[in-house]
Every structure is written in C-alpha cells, then in structure tokens.
Design a protein around this ligand. Structure first.
Ligand SMILES: [Zn+2]
Length: 345
C-alpha cells in the first residue's frame, strides 16, 4: 500500500546542504533573546517574527549584520550552530558544509578563535545527537576589499582545524567583482583550502566565469545571471561544475522573483544541463528550511521526483569529500530515495 505524502518523502530523503549561512539560520526568537542578553538595539516590533522582513539584498544584509552582532560568546556560537544543524537534520540533511561570517563578529570585537571554538562545539554536539556530519567554510565579506581578503585567508590558515575545509566569498557583488580577490584565492589554494564564491546573484554572468577562471572556484553559489551568457553556460555544462542554488532567496535578492515562471533562472539552468543542487541559504531569515526548498522545487517549479533525486545526488558530487565516500553515499542514498518515492501515494 502506498502511504506516504510527497512532502514527507522529500523531507526524509537524504540530502546535502552546501549553501547555508550560520548567521542567516539563527531562529528569530533566539536572535531576540541574544540581542537582549548583549544589549543590541532592535527596530520597533510587537513580535520578534516581524524583524525578519526585507525586500532587497541590501535591506536583508542590514538585518544580517544585526543578527551577527547578537551572537558573541562561545555559548552563543555553540547554541546557534546546534539549533541550525538540528533544523538541517529535521530536513533530511546528512552532510552540511556550513558558511559562517567571521567579519560580522570581528567588527564588534569578537575574536576568531572564540567564534570558531563555539561553532565547532555546536558541530560536534549535532554529530553526536543527530549523526549529522558538518564541515566549515568561513566566508570572505567581499565588501571589505581585496587586501583584507588576503589577511582573512591567512587568519583562517593560522587557526586551521580539520573541519575547516574551504573558504567562500559573499555579500554584495555590486562593485566587488571576483577579480579583486585573486591573491586571496591563490593563497587559499596554496594552503589546501577548497574554494567557492557567490556569483551571478545580483552581479553579471561574467562574475560566474571569472570566479571559475580567475579564482579557481570548484563550485559556484547561486550563479543565476549565467543565463545571460550562452558561452559561459556551455563551458559550465561541459565541466559540470556544481551550482548551489537557493530557490526561496531568489525571490527576495535576485532578478528572478517568480518561482513558477518558465524563465526562472533555476529552470533555465536545469534545462541547459547545468549541474544544480538545492540549498536553503538563509533559512531562518526567510522562514524556510531545506526540506521546504525541495518541496518548492517539486510543486512550484514543476521538477519531477526523478529530478529531485538527481538534485540530491548532485549535492554529493559538489561536496568537498573524498571519492570513496561519494561513491558509497551515491549508492546508499539512491536506494533509500527510490524506496521512499516508491511509497508516495
Ligand atoms: Zn548565500
């Protein structure tokens, strides 16, 4: 007897989460509590849930900064990391590569070893309690410029831990193109850190091509505006480089605000044959979670269950894990997903 609701199957299916910002995953009530604890001023509100409202990338980044300023001591970092990973586990995530934004805490005097130790404790606790494996990707705030980005990578290397496996590049692309960060990414490659970058979210398709060609990125975060440049699309189809796409946040921060539209970038990218995986980006700040994103892709964007399975397996391809683990997970997850989808009524 077939008995499972499709959304339950999409929630339970094993998946990766490769594009998730710790600070964007802070529950709004936890944020309000930590803001009170540390005396961080908040805008007028009746219920804390009202705080997470914005309609542009710039507005969102202002609130992202306020959230970051409320997370300060070891216990705060441990708590928000644990809560974030608990929601990942409840979404069916089996493996997470978690971005965090050191600069957003350094700017108010929190030191890097303190935040890293707290985050690592949350990661360890989540692995013990949920069996969820997590690695860390400190992300460069591109708005601080190329010179600072080199110092940032050096700081990450000076405090290297096994779970710190790569660096990202995020915040607003406007005025901060990839070519400014060549030296930082060369240093990252030299010390054995993996590399990814936000590109083509609000910036042009050229930012996608330059992130790959100049920064030697091994995958691309977002990438939507690549659809404006067929030559870059063709190159990325040929290489099968992974794109971490994030459906819900496209409707707030990108030019593609209608997920049901046949020309939404994610639909165009998939139809072109690009290698996409599905992620949640800033789930708490946009009232979503990873399983919700999978449901949206299936119901609103019209991707079939076979395609949903492929997106999950693409996440394994794009993950920074060894080849034998990838092969094992591909086989195991494939069997598990087929069994789940077979139960869908
Ligand atoms: Zn992001």
């Amino acid at each position: 007897m077939k008995s499972m609701n499709v959304d339950d199957a999409l929630r339970k299916m094993p998946k990766t989460e490769l594009h998730l910002h710790l600070e964007g995953a802070v529950d709004v009530y936890t944020f309000a509590e930590l803001a009170k604890k540390h005396g961080v001023a908040l805008p007028e509100h009746n219920d804390p849930a009202e705080l997470y409202q914005y309609d542009s990338l710039v507005d969102f980044l202002v609130m992202y900064s306020a959230v970051s300023h409320a997370v300060r001591d070891h216990g705060d970092f441990q708590r928000v990391t644990y809560e974030c990973l608990q929601r990942c586990s409840n979404s069916g995530a089996r493996y997470v590569e978690l971005f965090f934004s050191p600069e957003s805490h350094l700017e108010i005097g929190v030191d890097y070893p303190t935040m890293l130790a707290g985050v690592l404790q949350g990661v360890t606790d989540a692995q013990t309690d949920f069996g969820l494996i997590t690695n860390l990707v400190p992300a460069i705030n591109r708005e601080l410029g190329g010179a600072r980005s080199v110092e940032f990578v050096q700081m990450v290397q000076d405090h290297r831990e096994d779970r710190v496996i790569g660096v990202g590049l995020d915040f607003n692309e406007a005025g901060f193109p990839p070519e400014n960060y060549v030296e930082a990414f060369e240093l990252a490659a030299k010390v054995g850190l993996h590399r990814t970058s936000h590109a083509g979210e609000v910036g042009p398709a050229a930012n996608v091509g330059n992130s790959i060609d100049l920064l030697d990125c091994e995958r691309v975060d977002h990438g939507y505006n690549i659809v404006d440049d067929p030559a870059i699309v063709a190159a990325c189809v040929a290489s099968q480089i992974g794109f971490t796409v994030c459906p819900t946040t496209t409707t707030y921060t990108s030019a593609f605000r209608d997920l049901a539209a046949p020309d939404h970038a994610i639909r165009q990218m998939a139809d072109a044959g690009l290698n996409l995986n599905i992620n949640s980006d800033d789930p708490a700040m946009f009232t979503s979670d990873l399983a919700d994103e999978f449901s949206i892709v299936h119901h609103t964007m019209g991707f079939t269950l076979a395609e949903m399975k492929q997106f999950a397996l693409n996440g394994i391809d794009a993950a920074w894990i060894d080849d034998s683990t990838k092969a094992q997970w591909r086989a195991d997850w494939s069997t598990e997903i087929d069994a789940l989808f077979n139960e869908v009524s």
